[in-house]
Design a protein around this ligand. Sequence first.
Ligand code: UTP
Length: 473
Amino acid sequence: MPPAPDLVERLERHGQTELLDHWDKLDLATQRSFEAELRAIDFHLVDQLKETLVFADPAIDSIDSVRPVEVSRLPRTDRERVAHRLASEVGEAILAEGQAAVVMVAGGQGTRLGFNGPKGTYPIGPVSASSLFQIHAEKVLALSRRYGKTIPLYVMTSPENHAETELFFESNNRFGLSHLRLFVQGRMPAVDRETGKILLDGPGRVAMSPDGHGGTLTALAQPGVDGGLSCLEEMKELGVQTLFYFQVDNPMVRIADPTFLGLHREASAEVSFKVVEKLKPDEKVGVVVEVDGRPQVIEYSDLPPALAELREPEGSLQLWAGSIAIHIFERSFIERVVQQSQLPFHRAFKKVPYLNQDGQRIEPTEPNAVKFERFIFDALPLAERYAVVETDRILEFEPLKNATGADSPASVRQRMSDLFAGWLEAAGARVVRRSDGTVPFGIEISPLFALDGAELRSKLPAGLVVEQPLHLR
Ligand code: UTP
């Protein structure tokens, strides 16, 4: 069957006719699926991105007016501790009244980790080898039990990992969650970095990749299966006003942390960011700053060293508020953003295998392609009111990114064990530690046993000594 004339005409208009080079060799079923894939591509958008991000360098914001952002710091005085306790009560009321939902994004490709399967299925538990998904799901379940109200969990997948993720949750009985919904993010085609031509991944298959975690906002607004309610519409029906957002790769995250929720609500914020203190100018973390009076995140790769190195008189970094991808969004804010504007795309140069004109599959050794992604933190400047809240990275941030070294399974398990050791000690147990303070064996506490140190205290037998691997569940 020849390609549909209107499709050919569209590809001609956008200079992408090479996509049809191998059309005649495809069987009928592949021709149909390929046609559907091509029709789903927004060629106008690809043209725009070619002009702004492939054939030109992205415009760099003026950095003359970059200022530190105002942050609600970790409490240091009794007065601040009381203020945080009051905020926590506000957050607890939000949870108890069913006004909060949890959104976990898990659509990424996990290329650095190199694990065969969705990253959320990675067995990270230091003793039990429980998956990232299980740890997160059990936190949500434990929170629902604590506050006596179902807290819905929404998990963003990508077309590439959706089926496997769904199967994983189903075969684990959804980890006991009563309201779990998976939703799929959008995709963007990868283009050749020299020519801007869209690449083929194989015969009758475009080289597509997820559109970045910034795709969350649009994906939340997409209709459900068979035209059902979008996630946002469903949340509205459930009475959810506030969304707690985090990324699947950080098992330390305090999901729906009541103090964070409370500080967000007290500030009448539309968007809130958790940050940690950046310790070195070259640390690879984006910083939350104000540019011309508006909040925004500058990625570490875009922060000029002259700014990164600015210090306060007492020596600390001036731009220290490192974003750790833990956010709160008001539902009404997301509804407004998806109607009024779209988050901008960024480019990433990547090695993308492709089919050449002779039909051979080429595995590039150098980045040959541009992928387009949106970043969730670009929503921040669109907020009318926002809050930035400091947390302690030791307690809340160790993402699984790499196969070895920093942010790897070994470092994540160590940090989890160290965290749980701290809870045990605070609850009165004695834990054997190395001279550098780290724990020499795995310790794991299931969220269903204790969600935090305070809960553990109420359950721990007196006089416990921990000198070998321990799993409390
Ligand atoms: P990263 O940017 O670290 O990507 O995503 P990644 O897929 O985990 O790993 P690499 O870069 O390929 O090695 C941070 C978080 O955002 C989610 C990821 O699943 C992860 O939780 N994410 C990223 C999405 O949900 N969709 C995307 O398109 C990109």
